[in-house]
Design a protein around this ligand. Structure first.
Ligand code: SAM
Length: 202
């Protein structure tokens, strides 16, 4: 996905938000510095928040209902909420959700979070069709019910998959997402990616 990272083109209100988000990113980094040895952080690594911020801005006119799969410290979901999306995050580790809720409070966000898996309970795991997990936690109940939502309620799904896990994420999208939705990904090697549901193939 090609997105301009040029902050000089932002509106005054988005620039003001970016300034607040800089503080949010610093808070998240300070938490990471203090807790990185804790087992709750074993699958955690943060995306390039600045790049994801610009991606959220570029999609804002077309999409409005946002869900983050594996929301970690909640930073991206909080940004999405403050940028005008209806935003929720699902995260496997309860300690991370506790931090996310505190950050949401401190940064005037109404983002909601649940503890659980972003993989729906009805998903049938099939390594033969590419369902591979390196870091994704696969043995806990889904987190959608706690939020009163289903995956098909969202038109923008964001996640940070491990490089070999894209097929798994696509399979979940193919089976449970809204046909008008898109999957925005951040990946340390590839950077930002955007997949339209219709391009996933059946
Ligand atoms: C690579 S980190 C990404 C954090 C954040 N989304 C970001 O982009 O900065 C992946 C997160 O997904 C969480 N996770 C792994 N498997 C999960 C699952 N099945 N359901 C929900 N969260 C999961 C991990 O605990 C971790 O916090």
């Amino acid at each position: 996905m090609d997105v301009s990272l040029d902050d000089s083109k932002l509106s005054a209100s988005d620039l003001a938000l970016l300034k607040e988000f800089g503080e949010l990113w610093n808070r998240a980094e300070a938490i990471w510095d203090s807790y990185q040895q804790h087992s709750a952080f074993e699958s955690y690594v943060s995306a390039d928040y600045h790049a994801v911020f610009h991606a959220l801005i570029s999609l804002r006119e077309q999409k409005s209902r946002f869900i983050e799969w594996g929301s970690g410290l909640g930073v991206v979901t909080i940004m999405a909420d403050r940028l005008g999306y209806e935003a929720v995050g699902i995260e496997a580790k309860d300690l991370l959700v506790d931090f996310a809720l505190d950050l949401a409070d401190d940064f005037q966000s109404e983002a909601e979070f649940s503890v659980g898996s972003f993989i729906p309970d009805r998903f049938e795991w099939d390594p033969a069709s590419g369902d591979e997990s390196i870091r994704t936690i696969i043995d806990i109940p889904a987190g959608y019910d706690q939020l009163g939502v289903e995956l098909r309620d969202f038109d923008l799904v964001y996640s940070y998959p491990w490089p070999t896990e894209h097929a798994l994420y696509h399979n979940v999208m193919r089976e449970f997402a809204d046909p008008n939705s898109v999957l925005l990904t951040y990946d340390a090697r590839e950077g930002l990616g955007l997949v339209h549901f219709a391009d996933l193939g059946f």
